[in-house]
Design a protein around this ligand. Structure first.
Ligand code: URA
Length: 193
């Protein structure tokens, strides 16, 4: 696929997300939040869905949880602009409730397309919702966080959602252990940092 084709596919994808009415979340959104970052990233983060700040700006992880995520990315020697950041659902669930299964299922084809276009080497799921739809429908985040799964050439890991770390700082130690594993995996694969 050459660069022009890839550009076209991205443009189609963003247009489809921006005009999406596949579930009811479009009715209450201010902006869709398709995702952002390096479209050739080796590392991709997947969150749950936009919160208030993201809905207002159209950008993922820009609120308090996002600021913590930025610090964690920096702590492993990367800049936010070097990674790609997306969510399971692209529109804010009212009151920041967990997306319904039907909403997640409607939205997942967009995420699959993003993964296909970015082709990251490593995908990190932030929190239980991302873990559930990307890694394992039945697992619990506490039992599988920090473990690597290799699937279809992608290295997958789940860790705590940064919002969970803000609620319970006892989880920060484990999250940092997970991030060190991400740093080591990038190293092992011959990638930065
Ligand atoms: N929480 C998420 O899961 N995603 C965002 O984009 C922001 C907060």
């Amino acid at each position: 696929m050459d660069a022009v084709d890839t550009e076209k596919l991205w443009a189609q994808l963003i247009r489809a997300v921006e005009t999406c009415q596949k579930c009811d979340l479009y009715k209450t959104r201010t902006h869709v939040v398709p995702g952002e970052g390096n479209r050739n990233a080796d590392l991709m983060f997947i969150g749950e869905g936009p919160g208030r700040d993201e809905d207002l700006t159209g950008r993922p992880f820009v609120g308090k949880a996002g600021q913590l995520l930025n610090k964690m990315i920096a702590a492993i020697g990367l800049k936010r602009e070097e990674v790609y950041i997306a969510n399971i659902v692209k529109c804010r669930p009212p009151g920041n409730r967990v997306p319904r299964e039907s909403e997640a299922e409607s939205c997942l084809p967009y995420l699959r397309r993003q993964v296909y276009l970015v082709r990251p080497r490593i995908i990190v799921c932030l929190g239980a919702t991302a873990m559930r739809y990307v890694i394992d429908r039945k697992a619990s985040i506490t039992s599988i966080r920090g473990q690597w799964f290799e699937r279809k050439g992608y290295w997958l890991m789940a860790t705590y959602h940064p919002a969970a770390l803000l609620r319970d700082s006892d989880k920060k130690y484990d999250a940092w252990e997970d991030f060190k594993k991400i740093r080591d995996k990038l190293h092992e694969l011959g990638l930065k940092p």
